[in-house]
Design a protein. Structure first.
Length: 381
């Protein structure tokens, strides 16, 4: 639901009633990620997308029916269904969606969810999507509390425990539980949408290439920070797409910044006095990606200085330099695409080769050492 929160928030506050269809499970080559949502209002207005156009028409009709009856529905579309071609899902994938009514009466906690997401506080929404009379019941879970109920105290506790584990890793998906929270039962299917703060992309170096990288980082769903020690260059006017523009020495800023395995660090400073102390710190963090701009000669000089400063070969092996995939990029925008492609390839274990030259599955699970950095924007996309 994260992808439509900003759009539905004013409607929710106005007391408008609408149906929300959410992708809760996918198989094979699904066109949209788990958690993708579409809202349908009583006026007929539609916000969001659940399939990039493949099944929107069919889901719209289900949503209208749910609005009329108030009864939630779990629906599935795929190549194995009789209605696959009539619905338009011909890409070979399968989508399972849960469609429910949302308003202040059915989901009183949505206002808190919206506020938490805006304030970058982790929160998860747990919904029973399959389980007879329990379908549609919700539980809102934070790291320290839970609000609402799925129908039984022990079920609430088990679901909250599972949701907190998923929230910690930014994972969205389903859990199977018994009606009293039994973990080895599957009478109930609950959907956990983790609304953890978006992962961070920190771009060091206030140059024109950084502006392009900041724009594509926002497009991919990152919280983007641009950092440079020169106040004349590190300005909001030059980096309007960034969430933050910080004037500070890069290595000092990084030393005071929390970095996890979802964090992306792009070093575009292209100056040894900035690069070397910054990379010395960056390569010893948990960052999922560390890339540095520069020629191969510059890279070799950097490596020599970093070795002199005591970095180990396994630490140096984490450095992606020259940064980006070989796309023949020249402009800042093309270079940003190259960098984004390398980040995505590293996340999902892609080869970086044209798909026409590969036989592996197009969509694959993330590498165990590199969990998804963009749960809302790129999961299974």
């Amino acid at each position: 639901m994260r992808d439509i929160l900003d759009d539905i928030a004013p409607c929710y506050r106005e007391g408008r009633r609408f149906a929300v269809a959410t992708v809760v499970r996918t198989w094979s080559s699904s066109p949209r990620p788990i958690g993708a949502s579409m809202a349908v209002f009583e006026t007929g207005e539609v916000i969001g997308s659940v399939s990039g156009g493949c099944v929107e028409g069919a889901v719209y009709e289900v949503a209208r029916e749910v609005l009329e009856t108030g009864v939630p529905q779990l629906v599935r579309y795929g190549v194995s269904d009789d209605n696959a071609f009539s619905a338009g899902l011909t890409c070979g994938g399968i989508l399972e969606l849960f469609v429910q009514v949302v308003d202040a009466g059915t989901f009183p906690g949505l206002g808190d969810v919206i506020e938490s997401v805006r304030e970058r506080r982790p929160i998860a929404v747990v919904t029973v999507v399959d389980g007879a009379a329990s379908a549609g019941r919700r539980l809102v879970v934070t790291p320290s509390a839970a609000f609402g109920s799925l129908g039984h105290e022990r079920l609430d506790q088990a679901a909250a425990d599972g949701a907190r584990g998923m929230l910690e890793h930014g994972t969205t998906g389903v859990l199977h539980l018994g009606p009293h929270g039994e973990r080895r039962s599957d009478e109930l299917t609950v959907f956990v949408e983790s609304l953890a703060p978006p992962p961070r992309m920190i771009v060091f170096g206030a140059i024109d290439f950084a502006a392009a990288v900041a724009r594509i980082g926002k497009f991919l769903g990152y919280h983007v920070t641009v950092c440079d020690a020169r106040p004349i260059f590190a300005t909001r006017a030059r980096f309007a797409a960034a969430d933050e523009v910080v004037v500070a020495w890069p290595h000092k800023y990084l030393a005071e910044t929390e970095v996890d395995e979802r964090t992306v660090l792009c070093v575009l400073t292209h100056d040894p006095k900035f690069d070397v102390p910054l990379l010395e710190l960056a390569l010893r963090t948990q960052a999922g990606y560390v890339g540095a701009m520069g020629s191969r000669r510059t890279h070799d000089i950097r490596l020599a200085r970093l070795r002199e400063n005591g970095l180990l070969e396994e630490e140096l092996a984490r450095l992606r330099s020259p940064i980006g995939l070989d796309l023949g990029a020249r402009t800042p925008e093309e270079t940003a695409v190259s960098i984004a492609a390398e980040i995505i390839s590293g996340m999902w274990g892609g080869s970086g080769r044209p798909l026409t030259e590969t036989a592996e599955p197009i969509h694959r699970e993330p590498l165990a050492s590199h969990p998804p950095a963009m749960p809302a924007a790129l999961t299974r996309n």
